[in-house]
Design a protein around this ligand. Structure first.
Ligand SMILES: [Zn+2]
Length: 486
């Protein structure tokens, strides 16, 4: 590694000049040197006394020095400065035999190793005393700033407290994503030439932290939009987002509900935890339970009772059921107007109508004798004259034809008209029991006067009392038939 620069010479002056020329001087100076040599020679020849007078000089040699901070690379220092206290002394006449270069990498102090005995003077005119200061290469330890503790705010990305370095090793948690307090111990790489900036090489312990991110401005959205009163606590899920990230329940936040039973505005409070801190909230509406308004209904009379629809969430005032044809008006009233409403959003009372239409009579079976009428309708029901229908009788006594106009009323509707033959009965005629043998007539067969009569002689005769008398018949004195019809 070390290179020898100085050249050891034991030759004559001319050779030194030549060597000097070869190493450092210009050719012109080589000639000058030769001249000097000649002058010296002539001086020696002119004054033999002064020739012998050798001049004492002090030659100062100072080795070059350098300092480096350890960086793992090779450093070097080379050469030396030379000067003399006598201007007439040519320092190029100094001959050096030794090494004037130092090369090193590791931390340390490396002397060049210069000493006076490595220098000689080739000029016999001078008696040189060498004062040598050695050169030195210093490679100093690298001073490492002690890393500072850091505090980050959680943002989902990885954080590190100190950078990786060959100057120290790191023990503990130096890299983390989640909020928390972390500790690391740094050991200086002393053997590698490093030292803390405080001059020590002791381990440094650092606490660092990732703080919770403030999520007070996070968005909180209640998932369910149509929330109805249930009588129980209502706890809809919420969607919590911050900076485009959806936070996770129980990991990032917890939820508390309040005012979440009754109809009205409920509050959900989000308390952040884990990597987040702070609180946020949202409200949601608890609507009353919505129910259909009961419908009006229309039925046809059937003899059975009909009712409007009933549900437990409302009651009726007024008539909501009936049997007979007619219109029944009821008012539906919500049982609980604080937790329920109609599906139109109101809680007002609603008027509902039950209509029972009269039965339209068709194809009735009508039997009439001109005085009363029996009607059986197609569903088998016997109608009651005067209640279910009225009959208007028009009887032609000469033709013995009756025309009956029927009008259905009450629970029935429609009209009918029937005509038919009728027997016109004389109300003065009576039926007597005539004994054709005796010419006597009796009121009926119960008369004791008939006990001994031969049935062959008995016949029924219908006639007025006057006609019986006109025909020569006489009333029985026991049963007195004429008196029976007085
Ligand atoms: Zn009689």
């Amino acid at each position: 590694m070390k290179k020898i620069v100085g050249i050891v010479l034991s030759l004559g002056l001319l050779a030194i000049s030549a060597a000097t020329c070869a190493d450092t001087e210009e050719p012109a100076e080589t000639e000058q040197s030769v001249e000097i040599t000649e002058e010296t020679t002539s001086e020696e020849t002119e004054t033999s006394e002064t020739t012998q007078a050798v001049i004492d000089v002090t030659v100062t040699v100072t080795g070059n020095s350098a300092e480096y901070i350890y960086d793992g690379l090779e450093h070097s220092v080379k050469g030396y400065e030379i000067s003399c206290n006598d201007e007439t002394f040519d320092v190029s006449s100094v001959v050096f035999s030794g090494t004037d270069e130092i090369i090193a990498t590791e931390v340390g102090e490396y002397p060049m190793g210069l000493s006076a005995d490595m220098f000689t003077c080739s000029d016999e005119a001078f008696n040189a005393t060498f004062e040598v200061t050695d050169g030195v290469l210093k490679i100093n330890t690298a001073s490492v700033e002690i890393p500072e503790s850091k505090t980050f705010v959680f943002d989902g990305t990885e954080k590190s407290c100190v950078p990786e370095s060959e100057a120290y090793s790191i023990d503990g948690t130096n890299t983390a994503v989640d909020a928390g307090q972390y500790e690391i111990t740094l050991s200086i790489n002393a053997s590698g030439g490093y030292l803390w900036s405080d001059g020590t090489n002791e381990d440094k312990t650092l606490s660092w932290a990732i703080e919770q991110a403030d999520a007070s401005e996070a968005s909180v959205a209640v998932n369910d939009i149509n929330i109805e009163y249930t009588g129980e606590e209502i706890t809809p899920n919420v969607l919590v987002g911050m900076g485009g990230i959806t936070l996770e329940r129980d990991k990032d936040y917890t939820i508390q509900y309040s005012d979440n039973v009754n109809v009205g505005t409920a509050l959900v409070t989000v308390s952040f935890t884990g990597n987040y801190k702070g609180e946020a909230s949202a409200t949601f509406e608890i609507a009353p339970v919505s129910y259909s308004v009961p419908k009006s209904h229309s039925y046809v009379y059937s003899g059975e009772e009909k009712s409007l629809d009933t549900e437990e969430y409302y009651t009726y005032s007024g008539d909501y059921s009936g049997t007979n044809a007619g219109e029944y008006i009821a008012t539906a009233v919500l049982v609980d107007k604080t937790t329920t409403c109609w599906n139109d959003g109101s809680t007002d009372d609603k008027q509902v109508t039950l209509t029972i239409e009269p039965y339209v009579v068709t194809n009735a079976q009508i039997t009439t004798d001109g005085e009363s009428t029996q009607i059986v309708i197609d569903n088998g029901t016997d109608l009651v004259e005067g209640q279910d229908f009225t009959a208007e009788y028009d009887i032609d006594t000469d033709l013995e034809i009756a025309t009956v106009k029927i009008t259905y009323i009450g629970n029935y509707t429609g009209a009918d008209e029937v005509t038919g033959d009728v027997e016109i009965v004389n109300e003065n005629e009576h039926t007597f029991i005539l004994n054709t043998r005796t010419g006597k007539y009796h009121y009926n067969y119960n008369c004791n006067g008939l006990n001994k009569s031969n049935p062959k002689n008995l016949s029924e005769v219908t006639a007025t009392i006057e006609e019986m008398h006109e025909n020569g018949y006489s009333p029985c004195k026991l049963c007195n038939p004429d008196d029976q019809y007085e």
